[in-house]
Write a protein that binds this ligand. Structure first.
Ligand code: FAD
Ligand code: DLZ
Length: 520
């Protein structure tokens, strides 16, 4: 039977599962329809972790059910366990077929989270002769346009400035004189505590949502069709609906937020989550609105359930970093993805896929990633990202690896964090200095080094820590690019002292070469 012609076909992508989406504004169930597709191309253009695939597909199917329960027509392409039964491999091809079939008068789309996908959908609409209306994404506090206006004419962009502006605009944590509550804009000094020898106290059990029938079907699909992809499916615990995401948020607010700030940077063996929220995945799929997260944290502060250092620290991440990163992405794309300030060209060592290395910190961080598609910020920045930077991995390859391996990764957020913040490939757009450190930093913030074969204070010899060897070699190799950065002055003075000792840098370079040859 020929389907009814459609007035508006609303495209909903895997990271747009937003009940309040602008795309659905003015939806008329009699003449409009929603279009969603599980796409082979999206599952494979980076070698995605199985959990990432299952999470996106499950949340998409749950959203489809919710829309259908509201009486909306949803044209949904589900991947089949048998790939030969797919109607197409690519977004563009599948959509083009449906445009032919459904003959909509107009396509409506909220700005996707990936520049590549935006271009594909625009090209498909143009080739099919169907007008495409691109609507802004109301999920974010700061629109793309607003960030562009903010950035225009500003020599340098800095998170701190943007964040204060966000606090003023949205009237968050300000006193009556418009000054920051507590007299300071940030409490970083209080927020770098470690657990000491005794380790963390008993952690609250992570809130989890065991697979329902929809999720189980998706897990079976991924198991059959993508069995060669990295990672495990054993720990499917994340929320897949807006209601679950809200319960997940409230569990964090009650049990973890009070200590979130203080131990934000700490790491510990077999403790992937500590006091972190794990809200990034539900936020990035838009199951949760960031305003709700900020409001819940503010209420906890007002009701004396959580201290200011934690509440401010959490709000800074959501209202500050998350929005700033998105602003940079849309300001800089598509040129941004090609940047490579240090001209790093190395391939990723294989331990980035299997965690197989004697470095305890690396192995442990990778175990979290393989088990959960997750590791908290310091594992990403100061272990895995740091290693890629010091080793000299090509920044785009590091980004593509990250995009594949983390459940919360979407291009807009992964790219500026990996290529910019972590690899400094943008030469200082996201952050003002490269996050480079030796093994001593990891030793200070975790218990990993205590049981590692390598010694964080040694840069040469069989028990030298590869992080420490590569750290000095990195500073030495890029001295000319780094010497004008005042924020690195202390580290470069220490390098100068090493350079002044005969033979020291030659030995470090020799050790770095040996580590490079030994890493597959
Ligand atoms: P929490 O520590 O509980 O923080 C609360 C929330 O703040 C997070 O859920 C997240 O939404 C937000 N947030 C904090 N820092 C950032 C940031 N730098 N950028 C954007 N949002 C932030 N975050 C992603 O959501 N997706 C990514 O693909 C991603 N890639 C990263 C790559 C690297 C190399 C680094 C260093 C960081 C990356 N981040 C990314 C930021 C951050 O590490 C994660 O948001 C965080 O670890 C997610 O865990 P959580 O939800 O427990 O966060
Ligand atoms: C990450 C992902 C995956 C694995 N699968 C799909 C999919 O099948 N269909 C879809 O619409 N989106 C998927 N995504 C997210 C996309 O890769 C991309 O990030 C978003 O479409 C950008 O808005």
């Amino acid at each position: 039977m020929k389907p009814q012609p459609v007035r508006h076909l609303i495209l909903v992508l895997g990271d747009q599962l937003d009940r309040q989406s602008q795309a659905l504004a003015g939806f008329d169930p009699v003449v409009d329809a929603v279009w969603m597709a599980e796409v082979q191309e999206e599952a494979t253009y980076v070698w995605s972790h199985k959990l990432r695939l299952a999470y996106f597909f499950s949340a998409m199917r749950h959203f489809r059910e919710e829309l259908r329960a509201q009486g909306k027509t949803v044209h949904y392409h589900a991947l089949d366990p048998d790939p030969t039964r797919d109607l197409g491999k690519f977004f563009g091809a599948i959509l083009a077929r449906d445009l032919q079939r459904l003959q909509p008068q107009k396509l409506i789309l909220v700005r996707p989270g990936d520049y590549r996908v935006l271009r594909v959908l625009q090209e498909t609409a143009t080739a099919s002769g169907v007008p495409l209306e691109l609507r802004p994404d109301g999920h974010f506090f700061c629109s793309v346009r607003e960030f562009q206006d903010y950035a225009a004419g500003r020599g340098t962009l800095r998170l701190e400035h943007f964040y204060r502006r966000q606090r003023w605009i949205h009237q968050i944590l300000l006193d009556q004189q418009q000054k920051p509550l507590g007299g300071r804009w940030n409490f970083d000094r209080e927020n770098r505590r470690t657990f000491g020898r005794q380790g963390p106290p008993a952690m609250p059990a992570p809130k989890s949502f065991p697979p329902d029938a929809i999720t189980q079907k998706v897990i079976d699909l991924v198991q059959r069709r993508f069995s060669h992809h990295p990672g495990s499916l054993a720990n499917f615990t994340l929320p897949v609906t807006a209601a679950q995401a809200d319960a997940f948020l409230m569990d964090f607010i009650e049990k973890r937020l009070p200590h979130f700030g203080t131990y934000e940077d700490a790491m510990w063996t077999d403790q992937p989550f500590l006091y972190h929220s794990r809200l990034s995945a539900p936020l990035n799929l838009k199951l949760l609105n960031p305003r709700r997260g900020v409001a819940a944290a503010l209420t906890a502060y007002e009701e004396l359930q959580a201290p200011l250092n934690s509440v401010e620290g959490f709000i800074r991440q959501i209202l500050g970093w998350r929005e700033y990163i998105r602003g940079i992405y849309w300001l800089q794309m598509p040129e941004y993805q090609e940047l490579n300030y240090f001209d790093h060209q190395a391939e990723l060592p294989s331990c980035f896929w299997d965690g197989n290395t004697a470095m305890r910190c690396f192995r442990q961080s990778m175990q979290f990633v393989l088990d959960h598609g997750y590791a908290h910020h310091i594992h990403r920045l100061m272990v895995l990202g740091l290693f890629a930077l010091l080793y000299g991995v090509q920044p785009r390859k590091f980004h593509e690896w990250h995009l594949a391996m983390y459940v919360d990764a979407v291009d807009w957020v992964s790219l500026p964090n990996t290529l910019g913040m972590s690899q400094f490939a943008d030469g200082g757009l996201v952050g003002s200095k490269p996050y480079c450190a030796s093994g001593n930093y990891i030793h200070r913030m975790s218990n990993f080094c205590a049981s590692c074969d390598f010694k964080p204070d040694r840069s040469v010899g069989a028990d030298a820590c590869p992080f420490t060897t590569f750290y000095w070699e990195f500073l030495d190799r890029h001295y000319d690019r780094l010497k004008t950065n005042v924020r690195l002055a202390y580290q470069l003075r220490a390098l100068a002292a090493k350079r002044a000792q005969p033979g020291v840098m030659a030995a470090i370079r020799g050790q770095a070469d040996a580590w490079r040859r030994s890493l597959p």
